[in-house]
Design a protein around this ligand. Structure first.
Ligand code: BES
Ligand code: ZN
Length: 511
């Protein structure tokens, strides 16, 4: 079969299956696999992992639900899903990564339809996880299904690695990558991750950078249980008052981070870098709609395109997320909360080390709390941390994806960085020495993590085609399998030191 004929049959098959794809995405969205609420949703994540495992088995792939290596009897964690479609050991092997867990969602948060019922409106499929990341994760399986049904041999060996803890810091996956870098991952030549979004609504892009993350919980406790403010107001030093003061010392209203030492490792922008940003197509006005500020202030922190993109991609930011234990219901409740936990996080950029960031945050809180002269108890915890990732798009893996985009969209992709985090990207590259590509399918306005998350039907359909064509482009890459040093990254003992994975999986030969 000629390449042209193969492509036409593949595209026609995909087009015919649209209804079926939407129905299957609906089945996946209906499983509320919320990883930040394991106490309630662990069985749902397990169900979701089994759903995908059954799919792989139906496709004739080898499949294993591997016990989560970081799980314990006290804190069981969802399994990892390992799929394998070996075709020919002489062919290249791609490992595709995705996640089947989702962020929490409730209709009362302001959704226009039930978040766990995939709902079609105007060519868009609304539902939690539709774009992040169930749609893209299922797409790989649809690509394999199409090849099987059409009798087209897969152009590369495919390994599938899906997890159920991504939204909560990928617990267990770092241990897996360390233990399996020379086993399950041993023959992988390329990694491909489809878990981010286009920079706009219509033009595809390839992404070569992500920010890292340092997420903190700041506890202040004043008394043993909540008190009546009429009774006890004036008698006790209130935990909330201290916490709000501490939280206010972290960042100013212009977004400037006020923690001493945080910016020490952030490199200044070079003229070459500035030029790179000049060449990116990006509409600030359209972005205001995505940022949902249009009808409120119609203002962003930066009017200039380069400043705005750099603020999102290449400078660190600090966000205040919430307060656990505080009164947050509607109406008025005259309570003095006994124990409150402030949540905040920083997005990190190249050269910022989460371990060092933790130290400067602890020192800052200690200094500021001292100034409050409070009898209350304060405690800082870093909940998760991950280094940023910056790759070179100058790699055959990226060229293969660009060619696939050309075939499907008749355009060259933009090359972008992202402000979000996918911590295992760095781990894959450092543990195996192989290149990772971020190949987004979803659009900039998909509203991942937010109300009315959606996935455009057009993105779904074109996404399946692009992923399929990408595999065929990879299959054309000749030469020996790319080499890597393959040395053992970190020993088990080294990994058990808290924060070890955040230092990365540097090969021994580089240390
Ligand atoms: N799909 C996102 C990652 C992402 C978000 C990439 C925005 C690009 C832009 C992923 O599911 C996610 O949200 N990851 C978490 C990771 C964290 C819990 C370690 C994130 O970025 O908050
Ligand atoms: Zn995601």
């Amino acid at each position: 079969m000629s390449e042209m004929e193969m492509k036409e049959r593949f595209f026609a098959y995909v087009d015919e299956r649209q209804r079926r794809y939407i129905d299957q995405l609906g089945e996946a969205v209906a499983i509320p696999s919320v990883s930040s609420q394991l106490d309630i949703h662990l069985p749902d994540i397990q169900k979701m992992m089994k759903y995908a495992a059954n799919f792989i088995q139906r496709l004739g792939g080898q499949c294993e639900l591997r016990d989560n290596p970081d799980g314990t009897p006290e804190r069981p964690l969802p399994p990892l899903l390992l799929g394998n479609f070996p075709v020919d050991p002489r062919k290249k092997t791609v490992c595709v990564y995705g996640h089947l867990d989702v962020q929490p969602a409730h209709i009362d948060d302001g959704w226009d339809s039930e978040p766990f019922v995939l709902t079609e409106r105007d060519g868009k499929l609304f539902g939690r996880g539709s774009t992040d990341d169930k749609g893209p994760a299922l797409s790989w399986l649809w690509v394999i299904e199409a090849h099987k049904e059409l009798g087209i041999e897969l152009p590369v060996n495919i390994k599938i690695l899906y997890e159920g803890m991504e939204e909560y810091g990928s617990e267990g996956l770092f241990t897996f990558i360390r233990d399996e870098h020379d086993k399950f991952l041993g023959d992988v030549d390329f990694f491909c991750i489809s878990d981010n979004y286009w920079i706009g609504k219509s033009k595809p892009c390839l992404t070569y950078g992500l920010r890292g993350l340092a997420y903190f919980e700041l506890l202040v406790q004043g008394c043993e249980q909540d008190l009546h403010s009429g009774n006890m107001g004036g008698a006790v030093r209130e935990a909330m008052t201290d916490l709000i003061r501490l939280m206010a010392t972290l960042v100013d209203s212009q977004g400037k981070i006020l923690i001493e030492g945080v910016m020490d490792d952030v490199k200044p922008v070079t003229p070459e870098e500035e030029a790179l940003y000049d060449s990116i197509e990006f509409d600030v006005e359209a972005f205001k709609e995505e940022a949902k500020v249009k009808s409120i202030s119609n203002k962003l922190m930066h009017d200039n395109k380069n400043d705005l993109l750099m603020a999102r991609w290449r400078f660190p930011t600090l966000s205040l997320h919430g307060i656990e234990g505080a009164f947050s219901g509607s109406g008025a409740k005259t309570v003095i909360p006994a124990k409150v936990k402030g949540k905040f996080s920083m997005r990190l950029v190249p050269d910022q080390d989460p371990v060092r960031i933790e130290q400067v945050v602890r020192a800052h809180i200690a200094r500021e709390f001292e100034k409050l002269n409070s009898p209350n108890k304060v405690e800082v915890k870093m909940l998760h941390g991950a280094k940023s990732w910056l790759s070179s798009p100058d790699h055959p893996n990226y060229a293969a994806a660009a060619a696939a985009i050309q075939t499907v969209f008749q355009t060259t992709p933009d090359y972008t960085r992202e402000g979000g985090s996918i911590p295992i990207t760095t781990a894959f590259e450092e543990a195996t020495g192989m290149n990772a590509l971020l190949l987004p399918i979803g659009a900039c306005d998909d509203m991942a993590h937010s109300q009315n998350e959606k996935y455009n039907i057009a993105n779904l359909m074109n996404g399946v085609k692009v992923l399929g064509m990408y595999l065929h482009e990879l299959g054309k890459i000749g030469g020996p399998k790319p080499s890597s040093c393959r040395c053992i990254p970190l020993t088990k003992e080294e990994l058990m030191v808290p924060g070890a994975f955040m230092k990365g999986f540097r090969c021994k030969c580089e240390m």
